[in-house]
Design a protein around this ligand. Structure first.
Ligand SMILES: NC(=O)c1ccc[n+]([C@@H]2O[C@H](COP(=O)([O-])OP(=O)(O)OC[C@H]3O[C@@H](n4cnc5c(N)ncnc54)[C@H](OP(=O)(O)O)[C@@H]3O)[C@@H](O)[C@H]2O)c1
Length: 278
């Protein structure tokens, strides 16, 4: 670090920053909300089901560190909802956004030949179009935050949550994998385009994580089949276990910190070694 650069405390600090995290009522998104808020970030989040959000808000308000989290019910696959979400975040967060985390996502399991036009359109809108459009909508707010002084250590951040399915192929996940592979490349493209704006864009690609994603995606699965799928996956994971949402949230949080001020355009796998296994 330059002689007059930020101190160690400043490099590992997020207090006073603001963030919009999509899909914060469950799983990885909820862990990201709680981790960022725990570091003193004012977080606005969203999910489709308002009852789940209200339950989260009730729990968060009972915890001093998380009490300032706010939320809006919104379906990120719908253009108008995305516009309303960013407007609500802008109002709640005082017109400034330091961090955007595009986390909300869904999946389905189907052979490519069985995918309908509706299946394809829904997943593209939920996982990929939302990521692009929310980044577009957030850009003026991220720009305002990044140009408010403080040099490289005050860069604002976009973090996308893709998946190792964007790198390795799984039968029945062709559309999901396509959305995640595109998110990986979108990360690199936006990082190159927005470096001049002092906005860093990175991506975390999780392997299998213990969440409710099949239920949230409306998939009804025989528990025995689900168990076999997990066992087959774990046999290929050197660490032989699923990840926990908090293990993804900590990587996201690091990428948002001034400590990561020279990291942009990267897709970082948090996967227990799955993508490096023979
Ligand atoms: N779990 C894994 O093994 C795994 C692995 C790799 C990547 N990922 C990625 O990680 C991200 C989070 O997944 P997760 O496993 O944490 O899933 P999850 O437990 O199902 O949580 C998803 C969150 O996103 C919200 N959400 C879903 N669709 C939405 C929509 N259209 N609009 C607004 N909010 C929406 C959900 O709330 P509502 O249902 O109320 O909308 C929920 O809060 C996804 O992008 C997923 O692809 C997960």
């Amino acid at each position: 670090m330059a002689v007059n650069g930020p101190s160690r405390e400043e490099r590992w600090r997020l207090a006073g920053k603001t963030a919009l995290v999509t899909g914060g009522s469950k799983g990885i998104g909820r862990a990201i909300v709680e981790e960022l808020a725990g570091f003193g970030v004012r977080v606005h989040t969203c999910a489709r089901h308002d009852a789940d959000l209200q339950e989260c808000l009730r729990r968060w308000r009972a915890d001093d560190r998380l009490a300032r989290v706010t939320a809006t019910a919104c379906d990120v696959s719908v253009r108008g909802d995305r516009e309303r979400l960013v407007a609500a975040a802008r109002d709640e967060l005082g017109g400034r956004l330091d961090i955007l985390v595009n986390n909300a996502g869904q999946t389905f399991f189907k052979p490519a030949t069985d995918c309908s036009a509706e299946d394809y359109a829904r997943l593209m809108a939920t996982n990929l179009e939302s990521c692009f459009h929310l980044a577009q909508l957030a850009h003026p707010l991220l720009l305002l935050a990044s140009s408010s002084g403080g040099g490289a250590s005050s860069s604002s951040s976009v973090v996308n949550i893709s998946s190792i399915a964007g790198f390795v192929s799984y039968p029945t996940l062709s559309v999901y994998s396509a959305t995640k592979g595109a998110m990986n490349q979108l990360t690199r493209s936006l990082a190159a385009e927005w470096a001049k704006d002092n906005i860093r864009v990175n991506c975390v690609a999780p392997g299998g994580v213990r969440t409710e994603i099949t239920a949230s995606s409306g998939i009804k699965m025989d528990p025995e089949v689900a168990q076999k799928m997990v066992a087959a996956e774990l046999a290929r994971v050197p660490m032989h276990r699923l990840g926990e949402p908090e293990e993804i949230a900590s990587m996201v949080t690091f990428l948002c910190m001034p400590a990561a001020s020279y990291v942009t355009g990267q897709v970082i796998c948090a996967d227990g070694g799955r993508t490096i296994a023979a």
